[in-house]
Design a protein around this ligand. Sequence first.
Ligand code: NAI
Ligand code: 15L
Length: 269
Amino acid sequence: MPAPRTVLLTGAAGGMGTLMRELLPPYGYQLRLLDQLPIEGEPEAITADLSDRDALREAVRGVDAIIHLAGISLEAPFEKILRANIEGTYNVYEAAREAGVRRIVFASSNHVVGFTPRPVGDDPLIPLDTPRRPDTYYGLSKAFGEDLAAFYWDKHGIETVAIRIGSCFPEPTTVRMLSIWMSPADGARLLHAALTAENVGFTTVYGSSANTRLWWDLSSARALGYEPQDDSEPYAAKLIAEQGELEPGNPDHAYLGGAFCTNPPIWPR
Ligand code: NAI
Ligand code: 15L
């Protein structure tokens, strides 16, 4: 597959989308931006909801690949998750199939495996093939997205790298994030690897930096050519002084998904 140049970035107005709009063009990509919200300073960005199939058909025309970040990124009532994350992701894959787009990078989440006990002490890293244990409707929708991607590979030959992203923010802000943080620069490195690796078929990877306190196995991401350069450890002393160490007896600390497992916020309908 020739290296993709023109890439549709959905969710371009969001937190990660905003970071990636800065970080991906130096790799040589021309980004076409889409979000339900207008993006200041980007007059050519497509403002469209994922339910608008005509707009998606137009948006994917002529692109080499899609980075699909758009969707609800936290817990929400099931009906909202259904429309944005489940039906919305289906609409993106259908538009890709119709237009002949061959590669999608799907923003999955650690919350697909959120109810996996976090490693303690000398426990092994969480492997990629650990059973899926979604912690929210949100996590369930990402599990659906992974299965949808596998189906579109098996049935229609559209390749996907599904990245189970940890926490991609400029800095880690909790002690839990020390283990799953993906620096924005490493996020761009991983997206670039996911766009350019040959013969990925359907591949799932965990998405994080090379954190000292890492909880999961990054080997499938490294197999794509991803070489993380960052580590959350410089933030550890301050965060631990402020928040304390993770405690086995605290239900918010017991599982990989953190507080998503115990106290998922349900937004107003
Ligand atoms: P975000 O909530 O900041 O951005 C999501 C964007 O999607 C927003 O700009 C929103 O307007 C757009 N969007 C939502 N529903 C839409 C719809 N129906 N049609 C069109 N646009 C819609 O989320 P963030 O942090 O940028 O995350 C990006 C993606 O990565 C999400 O899919 C999220 O689930 C996933 N992810 C992010 C993590 C992180 O640490 N930032 C961790 C794990 C997964
Ligand atoms: C996610 O999936 C969310 O999109 C993000 O906002 C963070 O909450 C992240 O997981 C996390 O687990 O820290």
